[in-house]
Design a protein around this ligand. Structure first.
Ligand code: ZN
Length: 152
């Protein structure tokens, strides 16, 4: 496959997630962790809600507004991390962040459709768009680790 075909494939995966986002909405219930984050440089807003069972992310949803990169990345993130342990989700988030910055990343980790965002590395201004939802996820996971710690 030539580079331009691959580029087109990635673009259509991104637009697909943007137009028909997966896991769109807000989780309810007292056990849902809800985190919001903004990316002022582009005007993107993302809210991520997470439900855990012990160390496992059993459910995740997102809501938001903004550019195609930020919203599609959020949709891809929910798909990639659902069912993972907190530790695996941290590893995947790190891997994704390396990918979109054009750095060496671990090919053994399964980023799913989020691989389609690797072209963002060529547009440094958009990296914050791509990582916004993943940062919100990290913040949410940190908050709940903190709470768990306190309740023990
Ligand atoms: Zn953006």
């Amino acid at each position: 496959m030539s580079f331009s075909n691959l580029d087109q494939l990635y673009r259509s995966v991104i637009m697909d997630h943007y137009k028909r986002p997966h896991n769109h909405g807000t989780l309810d219930g007292e056990d849902a962790i809800i985190v919001s984050m903004n990316n002022p440089s582009c005007g993107d807003k993302i809210q991520v809600s997470i439900r855990l069972d012990g160390d496992t992310i059993t459910d995740v949803k997102f809501m938001g507004r903004g550019c195609a990169i930020s919203q599609s990345s959020a949709s891809m993130m929910t798909e990639a991390i659902k069912g993972l342990s907190i530790k695996d989700a941290h590893n995947l988030t790190f891997d994704f962040s390396e990918l979109v910055q054009g750095r060496e990343h671990d090919d053994n980790l399964d980023l799913g459709d989020a691989e389609a965002l690797q072209g963002v590395a060529q547009y440094p201004a958009r990296i914050k768009c791509a990582t916004l939802a993943w940062k919100a996820l990290e913040k949410g996971l940190r908050e709940c680790e903190h709470e768990h710690h306190h309740s023990r």
